[in-house]
Design a protein. Sequence first.
Length: 217
Amino acid sequence: MTDTPPPEKPKLPWFKASPLAHGIMLAMFALVTAVLLAVANDSTSAPIAARGAEDLAASLEQVIPHDLHDNDLAAAMRPVSDAEEGTIKVYVATKAGTVTGLAYELSGPGYSGQIRVLLGIAPDGTLLGVRVLSHTETPGLGDKIEVAKDDWILGFAGKSLADPEPGHWKVKRDGGVFDQFSGATITPRAVVKTIYRGLMFFDRNKAALTAPLPAKS
């Protein structure tokens, strides 16, 4: 009886047999993925930027009344360096070339995260308006800092370093003049402290903040 040789194993296609081919295929997959991600990013970056610009303009209009300026607030930004707060983006309101208001953002630690606060301030150091831009405070308690939930934040308009005096820039529980929320003292305390820091920032940098904007060429 003649021995029958074992059947030959089928040869694998080159793209499965070669380690080099595996590497090439992986590289091609990565390239295609990168191209798709780039296309997706390009298609969404413009709408996102436009929405961000709209949100910024809307927020600025809430802290600097429209009748106080005839310029584009969002386009009139200048950075101001401060020894305590670092470099702050300041949006300058002007009317007929004269500085009529300023707006800038500061953040402070609240009960459960950072609270971003936007301040509008007149050249004499009086607050024109204050709004909370974002926070992660407890719903139903700490979220009363939002103007949509409570009018508490509106009470800062017209205040300054002299009204009330520095020692009274606190919530009432700490000996100050500002109301706290029932069951949520930490949140309003944080906002009051942040606004006070904003007023101190203005006081330290008043000359630079109120200087006329450079003339457009």
